[in-house]
Design a protein around this ligand. Structure first.
Ligand code: KG4
Ligand code: ZN
Length: 318
């Protein structure tokens, strides 16, 4: 939950992570996620308004995530937002959370339109051309696993726990990325699509062949080699999209945009190619309500609003 004012100034932002609850299961359990949302939503609402020092009567707009994501969790947020809108007559706008990720960078600084955006998270890997807050078109996406999903699955397989992106990032920082040569799927193909499931299988197969002692002794190198393969494809395809569209600005966003190696390598390669790179602060890369509030506000300024028939969606094709 977050409160943002009309200048985009952050008045409050409270993020409740359920990672500890789900870690024991090695991944998110949808039913538990919905129940945890239900338990947390009222206290978080009071906390967000309290920290911002505002009363509901001072709120001009309610922005809420309508998808994509786990339907049970989405419905909890949507019911709360619709109830607040109904009894207080505050307008409501439904926001797509993957598109909201794009604008997490705007919480710190604005970027001129048009730009290319790579949203790379646990559920999505999408390249967008962004011409305005309400004019966003997909250039390409992953054909199978999202990059974050590949991080999480490989981390789980290597015994690094859940969620795995951060753990792999930490191990990889101590490892040699040239230790193993993993596939960089579709890197030379003249499209803006990705594929990560073959890479995940390659890691699992190679590691199984070499045995548990090999993994224990070389965990940092395996992580670094896997991570480098993911990042090489993300970097080259995102830059390729910006260059081929003749757009000199690139934004990255989503949980995997917190990855330290991606931030460094993309920074270097963007400079080589003369593309200006915009990266959100790490704290705004993973899911948060600030980006929802920000994009919701911009949509509303452009005349977009929802009504109480607003519904959640689990998946969408961009
Ligand atoms: O955007 P996000 O919070 O949720 C989704 O919309 O999916 O992204 C979560 C994903 C997870 O897969 C997590 O492993 C990954 O972001 N992630 C990272 C890092 N921090 C989070 N992946 C690589 N390196 C990181 N430092
Ligand atoms: Zn997300």
């Amino acid at each position: 939950m977050a409160v943002v004012d009309s200048q985009g100034t952050i008045r409050s932002s409270v993020v409740l992570s359920q990672v500890d609850v789900h870690a024991a299961f090695g991944g998110v359990v949808p039913e538990i996620a919905s129940r945890e949302h239900l338990k947390a939503i009222n206290p978080l609402y009071r906390l967000a308004l309290g920290e911002a020092g505002v009363d509901l009567s001072e709120i001009d707009l309610i922005a809420v995530t309508m998808g994509p994501g786990l339907i049970g969790s989405l419905l909890v947020g949507l019911c709360m937002a619709k109830s607040l809108s109904y009894f207080s007559s505050i307008p409501i706008v439904g926001v797509d959370h993957v598109k909201a990720h794009i604008f997490s960078v705007f919480l710190e600084r604005e970027v001129d339109f048009p730009f290319v955006a790579l949203v790379v998270s646990g559920g999505h890997t999408v390249l967008f051309e962004v011409n305005d807050f309400v004019s966003i078109s997909a250039l390409g996406h992953t054909r199978d696993d999202a990059a974050g999903e590949a991080f999480d699955k490989v981390a789980k397989f290597l015994g690094l726990g859940y969620p795995g992106g951060e753990a792999i990032d930490r191990c990889a920082a101590r490892g040699d990325p040239r230790f193993m040569d993993f596939p960089r799927a579709m890197i030379r193909e003249k499209n803006f699509d990705y594929s990560f499931s073959g890479l995940k299988t390659a890691v699992v197969t190679t590691v199984k062949q070499r045995g548990i002692d090999f993994v224990r002794e070389n965990i940092d190198h395996i992580c670094a080699s896997f991570q480098e393969a993911v990042i090489d494809v993300l970097v080259e395809k995102a830059l390729g999209a910006a260059i081929s569209k003749g757009i000199g600005r690139l934004v990255i966003a989503g949980g995997v945009a917190a990855n330290s190696r991606l931030r460094t390598k993309l920074g270097e390669r963007a400079q080589d190619e003369g593309v200006e790179l915009f990266v959100p602060p790490v704290a705004y890369c993973t899911d948060n309500a600030l980006m929802i509030a920000y994009l919701g506000g911009k949509m509303f300024e452009r005349g977009i609003a929802s009504d109480l028939s607003l519904n959640a969606y689990a998946n969408v094709r961009y």
